[in-house]
Design a protein around this ligand. Sequence first.
Ligand code: MG
Length: 369
Amino acid sequence: MISVIIAGAGSGSRSKLDKNKLLFASDGQTVIETTVRAFLPVDEVGQIIVTASVRDQKEFAAILCPLSDKIKVVLGGDTRTRSVKNALEFISGDITLIHDGARPKVSISLIERVIEKARANGSAIPVLPSTDTLGVGVGRIESVGRENIYRIQTPQAFRTDLIKKAYSFVADGDSFTDDSGVYCKYIGPCEIVDGDRENVKLTYPEDFGKFPFAIGTGFDLHQLVEGRKLILGGVEIPHHKGLLGHSDADVLTHAVMDALLSSVGERDIGYHFPDTDPRYKGADSIKLLREVMSIVASHGKKPVSVTAVIMAEKPKLMKFVPQITQNLAKELGLPEKDVGITCTTLEGLGIIGEERAIAVRCNLLVTDK
Ligand code: MG
């Protein structure tokens, strides 16, 4: 009889989801259910032990136990190694397969491959040749090339007596990233079978079809009057008129700030920096932008691409664009190529065309920090 252990007790913190990634549903079914279902059609499989954290144990059991009476959900430990060690106590088959809960695309042919090889040789580890050259080190690396270097997958199959023996040597503090590590250390080198490129481990947000970007949009307009400075993106532009406002009236920086705030679902700059507050009289908008950037950071986000169009009849802004771009790129923590500033006139039409106002529209993308 074949026993299967499915490791599901990890937190999945790299996936940046707000719950265990294995409980994330795609196509109406959780990842853990898809993974467990993959083993059910294999006749020889007589037992499936799924490890879960205290937080998820009940939910796992509610999803999985109705699928088959072969399935049991047990409590894992603080590490994958502890979890598998706990699960091994429940195992009664002569061959044990150990599989990552986050590899739902495991195929029946791969399952059969590892079973057959482990029966004959004691162990079977699915591997893929590394297509990347690998390096090892901390800070500085030494190249280990890619010849005879493999990426290791699961399910990993072992004769149950051998993997139990290997785990009996594991001390409380020991932590291995997988079971081949435990087997190699305490029993010997593992036999390999061809892995499967489809059999990926879901790890990062994009693996879950979660689009890791959010869009922001901002618009602002200020009156153009005599006797004020004209400041755009923190750059003072020589002109006989300037923009009217409670702060320095930097219309470009204001539109960028509103775009940033909207991208993380925050209220607008009028809410955060009210024009009734004397603290913001004549305020340098670039300083306010720095505050907005820290609000965005508090949401775990950072801008990745910013575009703005400045609508102004006069002055001609073209020659100031590089300086404005450089200034905003620095404040936004972006390379200049990711800050796109364009300028347009309004053909003499309307309040902008009549040089009574300047307006800016800004669009941007933020992503996870
Ligand atoms: Mg404004």
